[in-house]
Design a binder for this molecule. Structure first.
Ligand SMILES: [Zn+2]
Length: 506
């Protein structure tokens, strides 16, 4: 290795929900698809569209001394259905072509979500990692960062020197984990060796039970970090993503230490703690009729404490379409007042609002032409409150400082309900998505967010945890896993199979 290491940068991000429509090449390209120098140029912008890891990694490498970034290819898309396999194959081939053409590199950084599937494969992330390892050979450090909703395959573990997972949910440490990867790469380039231990548990938890502020998963993450030392520098504990439906699903523990025995000792310890607390991964949601009744009461009494309802079953951040109507129709039928709802994804309706202009009265049929049982047509008389081209800079939580593209967007008023319509599927994780239209979330009695949990880091200034209710409505990300027809999950698995057994050492 020279004094100025050449480090390749690659990125591939999709959290795949197999029950959602296919994620196409057009979807990826509309979100983020960058090659070579364009990666560094985008990452250097004040509010880049790349995953937050890329600027985080570059900044820390810059801080650590001389290096030569070798940007290859970075692509990613909002959570959605499996990637079109032909597009995945083309992308992987293009990555390999660019990486080979770049000449010898000293190390590789892989930015990755880790829960991708394609229309033909349950482990494309493993193929991505193996491609990088094959090209750079057995000696160059290869380090990946992943979401804590990753499903980890043996191939991913074998192809890398280290995999570093987010430790926060909502995910506010993406940059920090990428910076950690940069420091690990520097150490590995300096000759440090890491032994690893990987344990996958028969626990597939719904994402609403994988928060890191409190609860069993939070306890595991916190405990793991208290055990970090010079002898055991990396502890990754991922909860996984149930709706990817792969044989690699399962809460997983990855430890890296000076010796295999040190790594394994802690991994087994954490695994036993995870198993002992497994009952906490079961879910109870609030039924729809109770939700509507609570909203009706809160809306009628301005002295009542405001309530935030999470439409966890229709989270675009987990592959949901952002247009289910159980809650919307319930609120409209009950004539709920002083309520705010978003983001409701309907490009055609947003277009009509733009054509009519701010202040106009419009007749809209939301979900026009839809044949989905959970997202039916919904005719409303609306007033257009405000319009936006949809490019909004996040201000708080996981999207803070990033430019998010909602597509053409509009705020409308339907009776006592204000709604923000978007054209692209984005989860309502940031108050800026409402404030950009002059709608202050804190001014409403009830706020309905199509988000599973990431909204908690954006709306914490308006709602204490005990003011947040998880609603039970239909949708592609409903946390009641028994309602889905999984085909590839390892079975038995807890909590789907209550009689699942696991013993230490396995
Ligand atoms: Zn995640």
């Amino acid at each position: 290795m020279s004094n100025c290491p050449r480090v390749a940068i690659l990125g591939l991000h999709l959290e795949a929900n197999v029950f959602a429509p296919v994620s196409t090449e057009a979807d990826f390209r509309a979100s983020c698809y960058l090659e070579s120098q364009a990666i560094l140029e985008e990452a250097a912008k004040p509010a880049p569209m790349t995953p937050a890891e890329i600027p985080g990694f570059v900044e820390e490498m810059n801080a650590g001394g001389d290096w030569e970034p070798v940007p290859i290819l970075v692509t990613g898309v909002e959570p959605g259905g499996p990637a079109d396999h032909a597009f995945f194959e083309r992308t992987l081939a293009r990555m390999a072509e660019l990486l080979r053409a770049a000449g010898p590199v000293d190390a590789v950084y892989l930015s990755n979500h880790g829960a991708m599937t394609t229309t033909e494969s349950t482990d494309p992330d493993g193929a991505y990692y193996a491609m990088a390892r094959e090209i750079v050979g057995p000696d160059a450090p290869v380090v990946a960062t992943i979401d804590l909703h990753a499903n980890i395959s043996d191939r991913m573990v074998e192809a890398t020197n280290a995999i570093i997972a987010y430790r926060t949910n909502p995910h506010v440490d993406q940059r920090e984990r990428a910076a950690e990867a940069a420091r690990v790469i520097r150490k590995l380039l300096g000759g440090e060796q890491l032994a690893k231990c990987f344990i996958r548990m028969p626990i597939v938890a719904p994402s609403v039970r994988l928060l890191t502020a409190a609860g069993p998963y939070a306890d595991l993450i916190t405990y793991g970090q208290t055990q970090v030392s010079d002898d055991l520098p990396i502890v990754s504990i991922v909860g996984g993503f149930a709706w990817s439906d792969t044989p690699e699903n399962g809460l997983a523990i990855l430890t890296y230490g000076r010796t295999a025995a040190i790594a394994e000792g802690l991994a087994q310890d954490i695994a036993q703690r995870a198993w002992a607390d497994r009952a906490c991964y079961q879910v109870l949601l609030t039924p729809l009729d109770e939700v509507v009744a609570m909203a009706k009461a809160a809306g009628a009494d301005t002295q009542a404490r405001p309530v935030c309802f999470a439409d966890v079953a229709d989270n675009p951040g987990g592959g949901g379409r952002g247009n289910t109507t159980d809650l919307l129709k319930g609120l409209l039928a009950a004539k709920v007042d002083r309520a705010l709802l978003g983001l409701f994804v309907d490009a055609a309706a947003a277009e009509i609002c733009h054509a009519a202009g701010a202040g106009a009265e419009v007749s809209l049929t939301l979900n026009r032409g839809s044949t989905r049982a959970d997202a039916t047509e919904c005719a409303v008389e609306a007033k257009v409150l405000a319009l936006s081209d949809g490019f909004i800079v996040g201000r708080r939580g996981i999207m803070a400082g990033r430019t998010i593209n909602l597509g053409k967007a509009a705020a409308i008023q339907v009776g006592g309900l204000a709604i923000v319509l978007a054209s692209r599927r984005i989860q309502a994780a940031d108050p800026a998505f409402f404030e950009a239209f002059g709608l202050e979330p804190g001014a409403f009695q009830t706020v309905f967010l199509k988000s599973r949990g990431h909204f908690r880091a954006g709306f914490d200034i308006f709602f204490e945890p005990d003011q947040i209710i998880e609603a039970d409505a239909r949708g592609l990300t409903n946390p009641m896993l028994e309602r889905f027809d999984f085909k590839h999950l390892p079975r038995p698995v807890y909590p789907l199979d209550q009689d699942t057994e696991w013993r230490p050492g396995h």
